[in-house]
Design a protein around this ligand. Structure first.
Ligand SMILES: Nc1nc2c(ncn2[C@@H]2O[C@H](COP(=O)(O)OP(=O)(O)O)[C@@H](O)[C@H]2O)c(=O)[nH]1
Ligand SMILES: [Mg+2]
Length: 395
């Protein structure tokens, strides 16, 4: 994974340049016309001008005719980008391909492929494996206690039967949060605000969503609400120009709430069906910046009840249990209506998804399983659990 701000002096200290504005009133100024930004920055995904039709989620595996990497698609010739992983296959095979390296898959998979005996020590090993994979104490206790009760009742003939029960329990734990985002076509524009700490994948996810929604026939507008960095605004603008997606921006240091407010007016005037607002990353411990999120949401609400329609918090799947405190703090400032868990490919332990589901019950809308535009999947508990703990294990 590449960190983009390491060698870019203009990004240094960006976080501290601007304090959240005191005023609640959005600045009623005309939206700045899009500028032609130099395509020097490409840490946002690129949508090909004529995107291929979406591969059905359950289709047979086939590599879509996409450029090899996001950055390649965006015309970036930095050799570092050459290492980006290829797209995951469509359907369940894609999930499995991408998640098999997680410690969840490795430790539990390893445990059951050793043909364990059905006894208390198996339960202890499962408990350790779940805790190590970031499932968290509460969710782990719930799962192991259920298995223990049923084992004592002699419900399982052997370890394979217990594994099947564990898989069912894991899927059942995720089922209540598997509520895909429904775009209300009457909302026009349906407003999504993305929030989350720095570097979790907000902007990348916006690009992936814009691609997905465009393929579904929506007219998208984006609001460059990460106003802490001039680069962040320029990135979104440059990307929007290349992909025919209108981006509302007011430049660096503009009031993010005002950008979002004006973007709504523009989206309404243009008849856009979806408006997605980017926001600057912030730590959940930064009081002033967290307050600003509340302001963005309140100001958008002046356009009508129920706006924004979705507050989508992006969570880095590699964060571990810290994801819980992040979500708790963000949710206390602005009610989070949906989650995207990113970076489940690679080094993610995977288990945090269960901890989030158990602790909050907030719908998990999408899972990020790679850096490419098509690597955003509608969250599917069965595909996810199958990827971590295949049905074929122990048979
Ligand atoms: N492996 C992987 N990387 C991702 C995923 N989503 C985002 N990233 C990477 O995470 C980094 C930060 O993403 P960015 O969208 O700039 O984060 P933001 O600061 O929240 O806007 C970039 O290098 C992205 O390519 C994902 O699902 N998997
Ligand atoms: Mg960003």
């Amino acid at each position: 994974m590449r960190v983009f701000s390491d060698n870019r002096p203009h990004m240094v200290n960006w976080f501290w340049r601007k304090k959240p504005a005191e005023s609640e009133k959005p600045v009623e100024q005309p939206t700045a016309p899009p500028v032609t930004a130099e395509p020097v920055l490409s840490d946002i995904p690129f949508i090909p001008p004529t995107p291929a039709p979406a591969a059905p989620e359950a289709a047979a595996p086939s590599l879509p005719p996409e450029p090899a990497t996001l950055a390649e698609a965006a015309g970036n010739d930095d050799p570092d980008y050459a290492h980006a992983a290829p797209a995951a296959s469509a359907g369940k095979i894609g999930w499995r391909e991408r998640l098999k390296g997680s410690s969840f898959a490795k430790s539990l998979g390893g445990l059951f492929s050793r043909n364990p005996k059905l006894d208390e020590s198996l339960l202890e090993e499962i408990e350790t494996a779940l805790l190590t994979a970031d499932v968290g104490i509460k969710a782990t206790t719930t799962l192991v206690e259920d298995l223990r009760t049923r084992m004592n009742r002699r419900e399982f003939a052997d370890a394979t039967a217990l594994l099947a029960a564990l898989r069912e329990d894991l899927i059942a734990m995720l089922r209540p949060v598997a509520k895909p985002l429904q775009i209300d076509r009457n909302a026009r524009p349906f407003v999504i605000v993305t929030i989350g700490v720095n570097g979790v994948g907000k902007t990348t996810t916006i690009g992936k969503l814009a691609r997905r929604f465009s393929q579904d026939g929506h007219q998208i507008m984006l609001a460059a609400g990460d106003t802490f960095r001039a680069a962040a605004v320029a990135q979104l603008q440059a990307w929007g120009e290349r992909n025919g997606v209108h981006v509302v921006a007011q430049g660096q240091d503009a009031d993010a709430a005002a950008v979002a407010f004006d973007a709504y007016s523009s989206a309404k005037a243009r008849g856009s069906s979806i408006l997605i607002a980017d926001t600057a990353g912030r730590l959940h411990t930064q009081g002033g910046l967290m307050d600003e999120l509340g302001k963005i949401v309140r100001v958008l609400g002046k356009h009508g009840a129920g706006i924004p329609h979705e507050v989508l918090m992006v969570i880095d799947g590699t964060t571990g249990q810290n994801a819980i405190s992040q979500l708790r703090a963000f949710n206390a400032k602005v009610p989070v209506t949906g989650l995207v868990v990113t970076k489940l490919d690679g080094t993610a332990k995977g288990g945090v998804v269960f901890a989030l589901a158990r602790e909050f019950g907030i719908p998990i809308r999408y899972a990020g399983i790679g850096e490419r535009p098509e690597d955003l999947r509608i969250f599917d508990p069965k595909a996810f659990v199958d990827a971590l703990l295949p049905e074929s294990l122990g048979q």
